[in-house]
Design a protein around this ligand. Structure first.
Ligand code: ADP
Ligand code: ADP
Length: 237
């Protein structure tokens, strides 16, 4: 479970990214955060794996406040809480396999990965993950030879090899055309359902949010202004 307790984040220049946010997200939920640009969606998501650090309040992940984490605790947190980005963040000149296996090994710069020292288990898990997003045939392609949608599927496979309990996706479909966006959202929904992975996704478009979310959180100026099932979203939000 993830719990924000009176959580605020003030950036060094004084901008308030989050303002006294109180919210609980349960295991296995599929939550979509919506709001205009600058509403605080990205700050909300990035707080959960500490890509940004809230300045007041508490943020509990599985009953532990993560705000003071550093070093090893932070690395463990980021293994448990996987992240998917708008621009895929793949190592462009590396193969799909190498990118995906890096989810399991930490990052592509580890000595194991530089030396191609992958265990059979690492390889098998990476291959299984690629199969789950139907892109296993691209195993040996270079990441930058794939389309945007394919690259985002590879980044989902990479997150799967971490065997996370939470997946955060920061505008995962903002660079994709509508059909490809739906395809990526369907894969996110599939892994949420199959593995009971708590999934929190930022989206620009409310219609897309209504189609996939169990629960929608609406943000404005760093605050939560709506929290409920898609069926309760009305035109005002
Ligand atoms: P969203 O994801 O909804 O577009 P953000 O969380 O990115 O919103 O931003 C929330 C607010 O915090 C905005 O006013 C934005 O300009 C500001 N902000 C985001 N990142 C920083 C930063 N590193 N330094 C200062 N202000 C920031
Ligand atoms: P997004 O909304 O997609 O996260 P932005 O363009 O808002 O992207 O932010 C891009 C980068 O700039 C992020 O690292 C963010 O933290 C930082 N940033 C955003 N707004 C500000 C700001 N007002 N001052 C300083 N950095 C900012």
């Amino acid at each position: 479970m993830i719990e924000f307790k009176d959580l605020s984040l003030v950036y060094p220049n004084g901008t308030q990214g989050l303002k006294n946010v109180n919210v609980k997200i349960n295991e296995g939920e599929f939550v979509v955060i919506v709001g205009l640009s600058g509403a605080g969606k990205s700050t909300f998501i990035r707080s959960i794996n500490r890509l940004v650090t809230p300045t007041h309040g508490e943020l509990l992940v599985d009953d532990t406040n993560i705000l003071k984490y550093k070093g090893k605790d932070l690395r463990k947190l980021r293994t448990k809480v996987g992240m998917i980005f708008q621009n895929y963040n793949l190592v462009k000149r590396s193969t799909v396999m190498k990118n995906v296996i890096s989810g399991r090994l930490g990052h592509t710069g580890t000595m194991k990965s530089i030396m191609n020292m992958y265990s059979k288990e690492d390889m098998a898990l990476a291959y299984e993950s690629l199969k789950r997003v139907n892109i296993e045939e691209k195993l040996y392609s270079r990441a930058d030879q794939l389309s945007g949608g394919q690259q985002q599927r590879v980044s989902i496979a990479r997150v799967l090899t971490q065997q996370p309990s939470v997946v955060l996706a920061d505008e995962p479909v903002a660079s994709l055309d509508p059909p490809t966006s739906h395809q990526v959202m369907k894969y996110l929904q599939k892994i949420n359902r199959e593995d009971n992975i708590t999934t929190i996704v930022n989206l620009h478009f409310i219609d897309m949010a209504m189609e996939y979310a169990d629960r929608i959180i609406g943000m404005r100026s760093g605050e939560i202004v709506f929290d409920g099932p898609a069926s309760e979203v009305n035109e005002q939000t």
